[in-house]
Design a binder for this molecule. Structure first.
Ligand code: AKG
Length: 332
């Protein structure tokens, strides 16, 4: 096993001798756990990941996952498209009059695995208007707790060691999403900061965004505004204090306008992980290509001496505890 610092990667396992059989996660985990040298490399690389995140607002870890591992996660993602919610549940998404149902479906997804469709993928009655395999925008938000494959990768030694590198004392994964960005239909993600949705103080969250397929400018890779994390949190999405309102969630300010020239596309190879500072402004474009761009992402927050806003849409619950990542087992 070789560990190497790639041009853009910091803590990257060489893929040369990684296993390629099924149940890759478990085998690879044992493999990595037995490899003490990584601790030494981790210590000398410590400043690099952290300082990149502090300087640029992101860090790129090439070869974070082996190709076979990406394929294992992608197979789990595709299974969701074979078991879509039934027609009544799908109808929830279809019209603007059902905003409160849509909000409820979203708000209650903190401790569930729920499917969110692409705009236009279902008609007013909940019938699919496209093939099921390209109908989903994302699945979330408790994959890390409830799904054996996602749990295994989220609570891996690699993730734990990155969190240690970043100086987290009691990190907790609070949400996870499988993002499809399917060919032709995969919609744009408008410029935003993750801290708009997951506000913590004083330490912002960190996102792990893992490309399960090559992400290019054509199929909708991430675009980042380097250094933008230094300008604070520009607006927040909060639970609406007005309980009589139809809107369960509201923004506290209008959307900021970010010039296109402030963004740099970050095309990455399959298996690359992009670490995102919670305040860095990022976006992705509509996938107009004929290739999908699947990704797995989850967000880590510091729970030690750090306030998690009670106004955030996502709250800790009995079935969605903010458990200390360092002590959480990969197996359910
Ligand atoms: O995967 C994407 O296209 C965007 C994801 C993103 O911006 C996010 O999860 O915050």
């Amino acid at each position: 096993m070789k560990w190497e610092s790639r041009v853009r990667g910091i803590l990257s396992p060489s893929t040369a001798d990684a296993p390629s059989q099924s149940c890759v996660a478990t085998q690879y985990r044992r493999y990595l756990n037995s490899f003490c040298f990584c601790k030494f490399i981790a210590s000398i690389m410590h400043d690099s990941i952290k300082s990149q995140l502090i300087t640029d607002g992101y860090a790129i870890l090439e070869d974070f996952l082996h190709v076979a591992e990406c394929d294992e996660i992608k197979a789990a993602g595709l299974e969701f498209t074979e078991n879509l919610p039934d027609i009544e549940e799908r109808a929830t998404f279809s019209t603007t009059e059902k905003t409160h149902l849509k909000d409820k479906y979203f708000l209650e997804s903190n401790d569930k695995i729920r499917c969110f469709f692409e705009e236009g993928a279902i008609d007013a009655d909940g019938n699919l208007t496209v093939e099921p395999e390209i109908s989903l925008n994302k699945v979330g938000h408790a994959l890390h707790l409830l799904h054996p494959i996602f749990r295994c990768y989220t609570y891996s030694e690699r993730v734990k060691s990155i969190c240690k590198e970043l100086g987290f004392i009691e990190p907790a994964v609070v949400q996870s999403m499988y993002i499809f960005k399917n060919p032709g239909i995969g919609s744009e993600v408008v410029p935003h900061q993750d801290a708009t949705y997951l506000y913590t103080e004083p330490t912002p969250p960190v996102g792990f965004w893992i490309a399960l397929e090559e992400a290019t400018v054509q199929n909708g890779c991430l675009w980042l505004s380097r250094g933008s994390h230094r300008s604070g949190v520009h607006r927040r999405l909060i639970r609406n204090p007005d309980e009589d309102s139809d809107e369960a969630l509201i923004y506290d300010k209008p959307a900021a306008v970010y010039p296109q020239s402030s963004f740099t596309p970050i095309p990455v190879s399959k298996g690359t992980c992009i670490l995102l500072h919670g305040n860095v402004v990022h976006k992705s474009s509509h996938n107009k290509s004929d290739k999908s761009r699947h990704a797995y992402t989850f967000h880590v927050v510091e729970t030690y001496n750090n306030l998690y806003s009670t106004e955030n849409w996502l709250q800790e619950g009995e079935d969605a505890p903010f458990c200390n990542l360092y002590n959480t087992l990969q197996m359910i």
